[in-house]
Design a protein around this ligand. Sequence first.
Ligand code: IMP
Length: 425
Amino acid sequence: MPSSIVIGTQWGDEGKGKIIDILASQAEVVVRSQGGNNAGHTVVNNGVTYKLHLIPSGILYPDTLCLIGAGVVLDPKNFIEELEMLKERNISTKNLKIDPRAHVVMPWHIELDGLSEEFRGNSDIGTTKRGIGPTYMDKYERCGIRMYDLIHPEVFKEKAMATGKLKNKIITEVYGGEAFDLDAVISEYTEYGKILAPFVDDVSVLTYQAHKEGKTIMFEGAQATLLDIDFGTYPFVTSSHPVSGGVCVGSGVGPKMIDRIIGVAKAYTTRVGKGPFPTELNDEIGEKIRNIGGEFGTTTGRPRRTGWFDAVILRHSVRVNGLDGIALNKLDTLSGLGDLKVCVAYKKADGTVINHFPAALEELDGCEPVYETVKGFDEDISGCRTFDELPQACKDYIKRVEELCECPVAMIGVGPDRAQIIIRD
Ligand code: IMP
């Protein structure tokens, strides 16, 4: 059985949770490989809504092995809250494992995320303030605290004291903030370590074993391609690699173990946080898309910015991730909007037309979208379950997306429920 990666192709919130959940129901192993509780997956199962930030969505299936890889940054407090929420709903967590190499989000990371955003003022990134960037900074600075450390109290005490002293100096002397009581933090987090210890196991080894046994593995992406630290809209990005290559690094598996890469997109575009957004609609249509599509953040509740479908972004994602297929979500949201626009290229300030997504914000800032108008549709498509049942205008829209992105649309989302999907592949 194949192993699949599910990745976000735009700026996140493409409805990966739904696609991941559909595939998780068939997977024997579900792996998360990057990001932290900046992600938010809403999964509706048997009429119950679950909002998961860290724990893989495979947790809703009692026999599925759920793995949190080395590339994830884990906030123990948030993780324990999710454990408790699952326990209250009688969901077993016995098959949940965390790699000992995963880095721990400490309270000073969260504090520093907020302080540095405040310091940037109007030039802030618009982070989720979950401490994600500062935790990855420490990882690459090689002074981070890993899960292994957290569950070994003596090691943890020594490392947390050393790094905590430096963080207190930065918080108080650079930002004028308040120092942490390090003894209190260490004793609080030592207790978390005791709760987390039974979950720690080598995810690279477990994934490899599962692969050798021929098990179905799904690698669930968090965030999305345009939030990638290298291939996203830097600096308005997250601090990890949410592209398919990042899955291998973050879970400790080789690229040859991956059989299929699915990119999730919305039939339009949204983004939270700051940064350029060429097809953004600051008008009535943008407002309609936000309200009909329920475009408000799962993690922060912030209203999402909305805009037309951007094929330049999708082509970038097809290339960077090596996509085999696109899962196009929320096609139903476009019903009743009148004729639809699709961005097919960008026009630079000097009049040059480009077909690829530019490397620098400065270049992107001066780009105007080149639109093609496509016939809209008014029908309620939420009951359609096959491609043939869709109105002709929807079929044409999908076909045009496929041509422009040079990638097949393998799944089409027509409503929020797990069953509201057309599977073509
Ligand atoms: P950070 O990941 O909290 O550092 O935030 C950096 C940027 O990534 C901000 O613009 C966030 O809004 C965005 N971001 C982080 N995680 C997600 C996500 O899961 N969905 C959408 N945007 C995200």
